[in-house]
Design a protein around this ligand. Structure first.
Ligand SMILES: Nc1nc2c(c(=O)[nH]1)N[C@H]1C(S)=C(S)[C@@H](COP(=O)(O)OP(=O)(O)OC[C@H]3O[C@@H](n4cnc5c(=O)[nH]c(N)nc54)[C@H](O)[C@@H]3O)O[C@H]1N2
Ligand SMILES: Nc1nc2c(c(=O)[nH]1)N[C@H]1C(S)=C(S)[C@@H](COP(=O)(O)OP(=O)(O)OC[C@H]3O[C@@H](n4cnc5c(=O)[nH]c(N)nc54)[C@H](O)[C@@H]3O)O[C@H]1N2
Ligand SMILES: [Mo]
Length: 757
């Protein structure tokens, strides 16, 4: 059998997720990054009413005041930021940029926190210290030299606070650009574009309390044990309450099978665990829409057979539009085709439909397994359709739960990071600040990179992130970065994007979430919005990593004041007292009514979500059933010889930040150069567990792309393969995306594999 061979670093992990393994890993993270004395204090302040918001994920906390919630990957995110290591001017003097480019992403970031503003010097090929004011003056000069303000791009990675993000978009708009590429464009854009068409708003509708009342959870295409670890506490509780949890995921993910809560003394004491998934459907990569259509077809058939007792017909009649066409499309789709494309039998999909029919309150949670596809937007809309069929909006225990990525990516969007400003934002800015922002649509992430590559955008300012590494097609994106007149990086850590130098490049080191933010009026709190639209304050307590750091808010204002001498915005006052920024946000966006008062209430406040009151801000005023035409996300997959590749995160990584080389739950240790393949696919292709294979893309256009990895047998759906991001990003072309939302199809790459060499 293929498995017999010993492959270095590959050994199955027998334990549940969480449990003692997680405690050990947390201790190790603290030991390697932080001075031990400080660590427990820092961790204890995380997600407390007067503490800082965990930079790890966007999952909410009960009242934001629960006792300390243990979380391994939250601890990694915090210790990674609060590390005692430093990247100083001396470090930069010792290492040329050319040399640093040869380092791995892991080694670059592991050097520690940036301490000084630095500017690239081409004579020495090194970054050299620069005074803050000189940096701002250079940025202003480069922006002024552009013939058109639309040649400047303003990237946001979703860790920035509401205050920083609001000032950033204000600066860009007063300057005259609407180009707001952001990490959300690579992430939940399919949600932001798809859900407004369905239910009138591009956000989730559930609250944490809904999980106390739900009767069924569907978990589609996300890996919470790694990426939303605090959600595991909730799933654990639900499972113990007897709530069925149905999972659709091509890979067996340990945390979705069983989990031991490190806060549960009995489970810990007895080495016990709790099952999470009540049934686990290993859907093929890219086949969710077909499977969901099958479930909905079964449901409609059951409803007809029962004399209309299954669906919520009152809800459908009163609150929705388009049901007849939607049901007709399901009727016209044959079971034969659904079975062939989804890979599940009618009976299997019927079981899901039956569980759903029995439940009076259902939550569907989903992540990148749904959005990062050629038809990601339409995928998201199938989830909304499923929920609409039984009126699962606007009642306790029910709703849609997109698991957002970065801890404040949703908040960034809410306060104006969008290349397509709506009337509220546009008019609010004019009313509040007395200037007319540009109204034309700007660039999203892919359009930005295309414009930089084409030479039509010349300045890129990044409020966090690692843009060039997070994007698809590193070869093209990294070459494009070298065409810039100026790149500015507001970051906490060293990363590859900073090393892709065009004419000028500047690194501006920022305060992190964990650190005290002292301004003229005293210590400041910032605010963030979690996945469930709760807005609350976050206050860092640690001393800054260096006395030269500035807050993101102060840096954005610094750039703005240097660039816009006749600005209508009172930048200096707002930086001195962030309450004034929040007053301005409230004035622009009425949803933030009483902002400063309400964030002082422990737990903060919830932004309005009309669908939770069965109000649908769509053009028809009703929720829309939106059929998915056909069953496949692309025509390519009719070719049975092809495999479909998904790029995924390991347990020891935060996006492009690689904390370590293990992926414990998947049984991978000390390496990341692997391709997860089903054992039957290995045998079919004459391959063995541990073979070095060449992966070649089979896309409809463009030259094939290739990458070599070690194939390992894994419990993954047949016909599907998976590899780690960002190593596999070279297999994804820049224009391979969901046309509706522009989201790159990071999880939809048709490939062939063969033995290398
Ligand atoms: N520790 C940690 N936390 C994080 C992050 C991190 O990198 N590390 N990243 C943050 C960010 S920005 C985001 S967006 C989230 C990401 O969180 P997730 O959405 O969980 O991210 P991924 O690891 O990309 O993929 C999720 C799952 O999708 C499955 N999948 C792949 N293709 C398909 C498919 O076609 N259908 C289905 N049903 N499933 C599929 C994979 O097997 C995997 O289990 O996490 C956030 N939190
Ligand atoms: N193939 C493939 N590619 C993907 C994905 C995938 O699943 N597959 N996922 C996509 C997704 S969902 C996302 S969201 C993007 C992520 O894209 P980004 O958000 O651009 O990437 P990150 O890796 O999160 O950014 C890490 C850098 O942010 C900086 N940083 C960390 N904390 C802070 C802070 O508090 N403030 C500031 N200013 N800087 C900080 C550090 O310097 C660090 O080097 O990647 C996308 N790319
Ligand atoms: Mo994300």
């Amino acid at each position: 059998m293929a498995r017999k061979r010993d492959v270095p670093g590959i050994r199955p992990y027998g334990s549940p997720a969480g449990g003692w393994g997680a405690l050990k890993a947390t201790a190790a993270a603290v030991r390697t990054q932080m001075e031990v004395l400080e660590a427990p204090l820092t961790l204890l302040r995380m997600n407390k009413p007067d503490g800082f918001d965990c930079p790890g994920c966007a999952w909410p906390d009960k009242e934001h005041s629960s006792t300390f919630q243990f979380c391994e990957n939250g601890a990694k995110a915090v210790t990674w930021e609060a590390t005692s290591r430093r990247v100083t001017p001396e470090f930069f003097a010792e290492h040329t940029v050319t040399e640093l480019l040869g380092w791995s992403d892991y080694h670059l970031e592991n050097e520690g926190r940036l301490t000084h503003p630095m500017a690239y010097d081409s004579q020495t090929d090194t970054y050299q210290p620069i005074e803050w004011d000189d940096a701002f003056a250079r940025i202003a000069a480069a922006l002024h030299s552009l013939p058109d303000p639309s040649m400047a791009e303003f990237y946001t990675s979703g860790r920035a606070s509401n205050e920083a993000a609001f000032l950033f978009q204000l600066f860009a708009r007063e300057f005259g650009s609407n180009n707001f590429p952001d990490c959300s464009n690579m992430c939940h854009e399919a949600t932001s574009v798809g859900l407004p068409q369905s239910i009138g708003i591009g956000k989730g509708t559930v609250s944490l309390e809904d999980f106390d009342h739900c009767e069924l959870i569907l978990s589609l295409g996300h890996n919470p044990g790694t990426n939303h670890p605090r959600m595991m506490g909730t799933l654990h509780e639900c499972s113990r309450r007897g709530v069925p949890i149905i999972v659709f995921n091509p890979l067996k993910e340990r945390a979705l099978e069983r989990f031991a809560d490190p806060q549960n003394p009995i489970e810990m004491g007895t080495f016990g665990s709790t099952r999470i998934a009540s049934s686990y459907y290993q859907v093929k990569v890219g086949a969710d829409a077909a499977a969901l259509k099958g479930v909905m077809k079964a449901l409609v058939e059951m409803d007809e057979a029962s004399g209309n007792k299954i669906l919520d017909h009152d809800f459908i009649t009163t609150h929705t539009h388009g049901f007849a066409e939607f049901a007709a499309d399901l009727g016209a789709t044959s079971w034969q085709a659904i079975e062939a494309i989804s890979g599940f039998s009618k009976a299997q999909l019927g079981e899901v439909a039956e569980a759903y029919a029995r439940s009076n309150a259902t939550i569907v949670a989903y992540g990148m397994g749904i959005t990062q596809h050629n038809r990601g937007t339409a995928n998201v809309q199938q989830i909304a359709n499923l929920l609409l069929l039984k009126g699962n909006f606007g009642k306790p225990g029910a709703g849609i739960c997109p698991l957002r990525g970065h801890s404040n990516v949703q908040g960034n969007r809410t306060v104006g990071i969008t290349e397509k400003p709506n009337a509220v934002l546009f008019e609010g800015i004019e009313r509040t600040f007395g200037f007319k922002p540009p109204s034309h649509h700007g660039h999203d992430a892919v359009a930005t990179m295309e414009a930089i590559d084409a030479g039509s955008s010349k300045v890129l300012i990044c409020l966090g992130g690692n843009f060039a590494v997070a994007m698809p097609d590193p070869e093209r994106c990294q070459a494009a970065m070298r065409k810039l007149d100026l790149a500015v990086h507001l970051d906490t850590k060293l990363n590859r994007s900073q090393l892709l130098i065009g004419k000028q490049s500047i690194i501006l080191p920022v305060l992190g979430r964990t650190e005290r933010d002292m301004q003229a009026s005293g210590p400041q709190a910032v605010t963030v919005e979690d996945s469930m639209s709760m807005v609350h304050a976050s206050r860092g307590k640690l001393p800054p990593a260096s006395e030269h750091l500035r807050s993101e808010t102060a840096i954005v204002a610094g750039m703005a004041m240097a660039t816009l001498p006749n600005s209508k915005v009172y930048w200096a006052e707002m930086v001195a007292d962030y309450d004034l920024i929040r007053d301005a946000i409230e004035s622009v966006l009425p949803d933030f009514k009483d902002y400063n008062r309400r964030i002082r209430i422990p737990g903060g406040f919830r932004l309005p979500l009309p669908p939770t009151e069965r109000i649908w801000p769509t053009p028809s005023g009703k929720a829309e059933f939106l059929p998915f035409k056909g069953l496949e996300e692309d025509a390519m997959m009719a070719d049975a010889s092809l495999l479909k590749l998904a790029t995924i995160r390991s347990h020891d990584q935060y996006n492009t930040t690689i904390y370590g080389l293990n992926d414990r739950y998947r049984g991978v240790f000390g390496r990341r150069d692997v391709l997860f393949v089903n054992e039957a696919d290995l045998s079919r292709l004459g391959l063995e567990h541990g073979d070095l294979v060449e992966i070649e893309t089979a896309l409809p256009s463009g030259e094939p792309r290739r990458l070599s990895l070690t194939a390992i047998a894994y419990d993954i759906a047949r016909g599907s393969v998976a590899a780690y991001y960002p190593e596999a990003n070279g297999l994804v072309p820049l224009d391979h995306k969901d046309e509706e939302s522009g989201t790159p199809s990071y999880k939809s790459v048709p490939v062939r594999i063969r033995k290398a060499g």
